[in-house]
Design a protein around this ligand. Structure first.
Ligand SMILES: NC(=O)c1ccc[n+]([C@@H]2O[C@H](COP(=O)([O-])OP(=O)(O)OC[C@H]3O[C@@H](n4cnc5c(N)ncnc54)[C@H](OP(=O)(O)O)[C@@H]3O)[C@@H](O)[C@H]2O)c1
Length: 413
């Protein structure tokens, strides 16, 4: 049963006071205004913070409604969900605060999207709530930020082009980060540290996190070995050095779930990996080794108590993140190399016009929410979807026309 469209709001931004939520709220205010065609509200636990946020948005912002709800208050969350068709949540780390809201959305048949990159939490949510979401009609879409929309939609776009050009999808796809310029926020660091902490305490979870199919339905757990860069390596396609890419552990999982949710459209033996280009020559090589060591150091230090406090002293705290100037100066450029079974090759490019984690992420999340509210068919089944498997061409259109992303084919051979 799909939820009635007779709700007060099209969208509610829950966690509007978060670092990323504030940028998202400004983006929605600038693009939709208040009391216009799109009806929306901001929500969170602190009335004074929400009022302060509202006062800085611009003319007429005083009419923007506020909903008060704590992430632990089941009744308040349910009341919030009953008033809207879509909830966009930026209250994280999601593994700590996110479950009651997912539960409320699933119970009320409310569509939902968020910015989580926490694989272990997504697995838990799917296991606990997927059956109920299918019954209530709630479309739940995690990972609607830099992780994992550019990767997920980038692969979807490449496969669509490959089907058009070669008549078949690419069986192997490699994503290479050419440029990603931008900073980290306290919320993201807190989420990454929480994953490291949970994994250190639970060997079963470590095994699950290492599985490329960890968020796929059980019947889609392919035995095909997935490539995964563990250290510095030279890439012959682009003639550059590569280092592991920190977001690959979530992005690869989302791309495989998208494949599963589209009845293995990319192939049952599809392989996918991600890495970061670090340049040519000795400098590129040393940077690749440096990034590998820094990543290992961060996760090891975050996992154990004695060193975790030290990491916490030097990273951004919750509520902190890159300045507006740094967000504007940021951008990213990702390359996808796809090969069909018989060796036909396609290279595509995805770019974003702001820093990946905040400026661009807030626009992608906002458009994912709008897409859920306005673009997908009312009879689209409920369940735990991915951006590519449920929002696909409609989201691509929004990302390119409104959110500053580009998708293009660079080369076919
Ligand atoms: N996927 C991506 O590309 C991407 C990019 C950026 C961020 N993220 C994720 O997005 C999330 C937010 O990041 P951020 O840096 O913006 O976080 P943040 O600034 O630390 O904000 C956290 C938010 O959670 C709210 N909150 C905490 N406990 C709550 C409770 N009990 N009830 C209601 N609200 C509560 C806070 O409300 P108060 O303001 O009232 O304290 C605040 O609005 C993180 O999980 C981060 O990992 C993902």
């Amino acid at each position: 049963m799909t939820k009635s469209t007779e709700t007060t709001y099209d969208l509610v931004v829950f966690g509007a006071t978060s670092f990323v939520g504030q940028i998202l709220t400004q983006y929605l205010f600038d693009s939709c205004g208040v009391a216009g065609e799109v009806t929306w509200a901001i929500a969170g636990r602190s009335e004074s913070k929400l009022a302060e946020l509202k006062s800085g948005l611009g003319a007429n912002a005083s009419e923007l409604p506020i909903i008060l709800a704590d992430a632990t208050d089941d009744d308040a969350l349910k009341t919030m969900c009953e008033q809207t068709r879509v909830v966009i949540s930026t209250v994280g780390p999601y593994a700590l605060y996110g479950e009651p809201l997912v539960k409320a959305c699933v119970e009320t048949g409310t569509d939902y999207c968020d910015l989580t990159g926490e694989v272990q939490w997504i697995r838990r949510m799917v296991d606990r709530y997927e059956d109920q979401a299918k019954k209530s009609g709630a479309r739940i879409v995690h990972c609607c930020g830099f992780d994992s929309i550019p990767s997920d939609m980038g692969v979807w776009f490449l496969q669509q082009q490959a089907e058009k050009t070669f008549g078949e999808p690419c069986l192997d796809v490699r994503m290479r980060v050419k440029v990603a310029k931008g900073g980290l926020s306290g919320g993201t660091v807190a989420s990454m540290m929480n994953i490291a902490k949970e994994a250190a305490a639970d060997p079963k979870l470590r095994k699950e996190l290492a599985n490329p199919f960890s968020i796929c339905p059980p019947e889609h757990r392919s035995t095909v070995r997935q490539p995964s860069l563990k250290g510095a390596e030279f890439d012959k396609t682009f003639n550059v050095w590569l280092a592991p890419f920190v977001m690959s552990s979530i992005n690869t999982r989302v791309v495989h779930r998208s494949n599963a949710m589209q009845s293995a459209r990319y192939g049952k033996e599809f392989t996918y990996d991600e890495a970061m280009m670090t340049g040519t020559g000795t400098k590129g090589r040393l940077t690749a080794y440096g990034i590998t060591a820094a990543l290992a150091g961060f996760f090891t230090a975050s996992a154990i108590k004695p060193s975790r406090w030290l990491v916490e002293r030097f990273v951004p705290q919750p509520g902190e993140g890159p300045t507006p100037e740094a967000q504007k100066a940021g951008f990213y450029d990702l390359r996808f190399v796809g090969r069909t079974q018989d060796g036909k090759t396609m290279i595509t490019k995805v770019t974003g016009d702001a820093d990946p984690g905040y400026g661009s992420t807030s626009k992608m999340l906002g458009e994912a929410g709008m897409c859920l509210a306005f673009d997908i068919p009312a009879d689209q089944a409920g369940g735990f979807w991915t951006p590519a498997s449920v929002l696909n061409d409609k989201l691509l259109e929004r990302l390119t026309s409104k959110a500053g992303l580009t998708f293009e084919v660079v080369e076919t051979r």
